[in-house]
Design a binder for this molecule. Structure first.
Ligand SMILES: Cc1cc2nc3c(=O)[nH]c(=O)nc-3n(C[C@H](O)[C@H](O)[C@H](O)COP(=O)(O)O)c2cc1C
Length: 198
């Protein structure tokens, strides 16, 4: 079974490193026969939150919000690639998440966290779990933490150690299971009437 999986990456720093991890996971998803879409906060260029997508009259939202909403609605699951800024998640990532609500619902998420140091961004990942649950896309149990992200992958996402293929394989096996389960459940509806993603 092939799924539409969206990878979210939320660093807009000019010297950013996490794009390496985002590209790696995008490539692993493709290798498993799924269709990934990378949503990159730098390319998306969202302002700090003014109106959420749903607060615009239909057809009047800015083009970047409309195009992102279209991708989210067609997604079967979300992989969130998060760095750690002062033990929290990067502001551009939170900003991107906060612009939407209904568009996330009834799909699972999974967290790839990273840092330049030895801890792999796991402190930010714990906070991110709370936000993802609140947004209706609870995260799977496993994380894919990447310490020293600048050394783990080349600019294009190629891993410097083959063990990353095995680690990502286990992580994505678990994610696929949740994606399949929730996709099947969505065909019979959802427990809250009136949601746009029913
Ligand atoms: C504002 C800021 C705060 C940071 N705080 C942490 C931190 O709390 N823990 C950590 O391991 N690394 C921290 N770092 C280092 C990041 O792990 C490293 O810069 C990483 O590459 C950031 O992701 P990005 O390059 O994709 O933006 C911080 C970096 C920045 C810019």
């Amino acid at each position: 079974m092939s799924y539409a999986l969206t990878v979210l990456y939320g660093s807009v720093r000019r010297d950013r490193q996490g794009i390496r991890a985002a590209r790696f996971i995008e490539q692993q998803i493709t290798a498993r026969g799924h269709t990934p879409t990378l949503i990159d906060a730098l390319e998306l260029d969202l302002p700090l939150l003014d109106r959420m997508y749903k607060e615009y009259e239909p057809g009047t939202a800015p083009a970047n919000l409309e195009s992102m909403a279209k991708v989210l609605k067609a997604s079967d699951g979300f992989i969130v690639v998060s760095g750690e800024y002062n033990h929290g998640i990067p502001p551009a990532l939170k900003n991107m998440l906060d612009h939407f609500l209904e568009e996330w619902l009834w799909r699972p998420s999974a967290i790839v966290c990273y840092s330049q140091g030895p801890f792999g961004g796991v402190r930010a990942a714990m906070q991110l779990r709370m936000t993802l649950a609140e947004l209706g896309m609870p995260s799977i149990s496993s994380l894919l933490p990447v310490p020293r992200v600048q050394d783990a992958f080349a600019e294009d996402g190629t891993p410097t150690d083959d063990a990353w293929h095995r680690r990502a394989g286990r992580f994505l096996d678990e994610f696929d299971w949740h994606v399949a389960a929730q996709k099947a459940q969505r065909t019979i509806g959802n427990p809250i009437k009136g949601h746009r993603n029913a």
